[in-house]
Design a protein around this ligand. Structure first.
Ligand SMILES: Nc1ncnc2c1ncn2[C@@H]1O[C@H](COP(=O)(O)OP(=O)(O)O)[C@@H](O)[C@H]1O
Ligand SMILES: [Mg+2]
Length: 365
């Protein structure tokens, strides 16, 4: 039963790969979307051109897109990796970096930070992407590491100009997943500005595709599964690139989950399971979410706000007061917009429900 949806039951993962397969925590609740996608992928896995291996999860922030991608890693039995897209991503971020191997005498003359980075890269086993190695070596963020790596490549290129040097290729996270057959979450490719980068990404999603690296051509591993996750935006932001969208074989529209699912997830996450209280808080979140949308208020009242609010109330905070700090101010701090949200809570009787709830909670203590 456990391995019902394994796409390659006979495949032997290395220890390092096995560690990348997600483990479902106790708090994970299997959703209808998760079951549907797992079934679909398994059903079509050996059906040639009908294979389903590019998935799009589009919708509200906090609706569970990332966790769903991870759950698929578990269900399909594939290592999970991700790439977080950013606006000025370039082709080397999609493909990887090529770096010259610098002789030791020359290396010793470089700045210590640069030495640290190069040393870490040279010693790497090729299992981690160059960016990840730099992140670890310098204890910096992904974006910072990407930037550092580019700077370093430029510098090394200048220093070694005209000399005959040996090169080594460090594949990106995307290429590693593609080549080794992992499940790759591609977060928010909507932000990418460079059309060439989108094209590179697009061709990587061809079912029968290949990627041209400076050193070789790599073919898509039959187990490679791409899960694009993107927040659906309302006010003026770019939609997902048409041709990327066109590559997708199964799409889920991810919204604020149904109320029962909201309660179930919140209870699992916070350990607080008073369904009456949870129900009122969920009703408030649902109404605020609708109202914000209807009035073109930019912020969202999503699952994350819900969890933090429930947790505060469970910890003894006033539901009324924490509503502002955990939910409303996260949506907006504009006084007129706050007024709209407050008015709708009053007119739908939820203000009163919160009062009652507060009084009851006080009595219980
Ligand atoms: N199936 C689920 N069961 C329990 N908790 C979930 C589930 N899906 C999401 N969550 C929780 O909801 C929160 C938001 O989920 P996440 O996947 O990060 O959302 P998104 O990627 O859509 O912004 C996380 O804290 C996550 O643990
Ligand atoms: Mg996410």
């Amino acid at each position: 039963m456990e391995q019902e949806y394994y796409v390659s039951p006979a495949r032997k993962l290395t220890d390092a790969e096995q560690q990348l397969v997600w483990n479902k925590p106790q708090s994970h609740k299997t959703s209808a979307e998760e079951q549907r996608i797992s079934k679909e992928i398994k059903r079509n896995w050996n059906r040639g051109e009908m294979k389903i291996a590019n998935i799009l999860l589009e919708g509200d922030a906090g609706s569970g897109k990332t966790q769903l991608a991870k759950a698929l890693s578990y269900n399909l039995g594939l290592p999970y990796t991700k790439v977080t897209c950013f606006a000025d991503m370039d082709k080397s971020d999609v493909i990887g970096a090529i770096l010259p191997i610098i002789p030791t005498e020359q290396l010793e003359k470089m700045e210590s930070e640069e030495q640290t980075v190069l040393q870490a890269l040279y010693e790497s086993d090729g299992f981690h992407s160059a960016t990840e190695i730099v992140m670890q070596a310098l204890a910096v963020s992904r974006e910072h590491a990407t930037h550092k790596l580019k700077q370093l490549m430029k510098k090394v290129e200048q220093n070694t100009e005209g000399e005959s040097v040996e090169y080594r290729f460090y594949p990106s996270e995307i290429v590693r997943a593609y080549q080794n057959g992992y499940l790759l979450e591609i977060q928010e490719p909507t932000v990418i500005r460079d059309a060439a980068v989108l094209m590179a990404l697009n061709s990587a999603l061809e079912l029968d595709g290949s990627i041209n690296l400076p050193t070789e051509i790599v073919r898509r591993h039959p187990d490679f599964v791409a899960v694009i996750t993107t927040n659906r935006n309302y006010a003026g932001t770019r939609p997902l690139n048409e041709s990327l969208r066109d590559r997708v074989q199964h799409t889920e529209k991810m919204d604020l989950p149904a109320k029962e699912v909201m309660l179930e997830r919140a209870a699992a996450k916070t350990g607080f399971d008073d369904l009456e209280v949870l129900g009122v808080l969920a009703d408030v979140i649902i109404l605020l979410d609708e109202t914000a949308r209807a009035n073109a208020i930019k912020g969202v009242a999503g699952m994350r706000s819900f969890f933090y609010w429930v947790d505060a109330v469970a910890g003894g905070a006033s539901a009324q007061e924490s509503l502002y700090h955990k939910v409303i101010y996260k949506i907006t701090t504009d006084p007129e917009e706050i007024k709209i949200l407050e008015d709708v809570l009053k007119s739908r009787g939820l203000q009163e429900s919160l009062n009652e709830l507060e009084a009851n909670l006080k009595k219980k203590v």
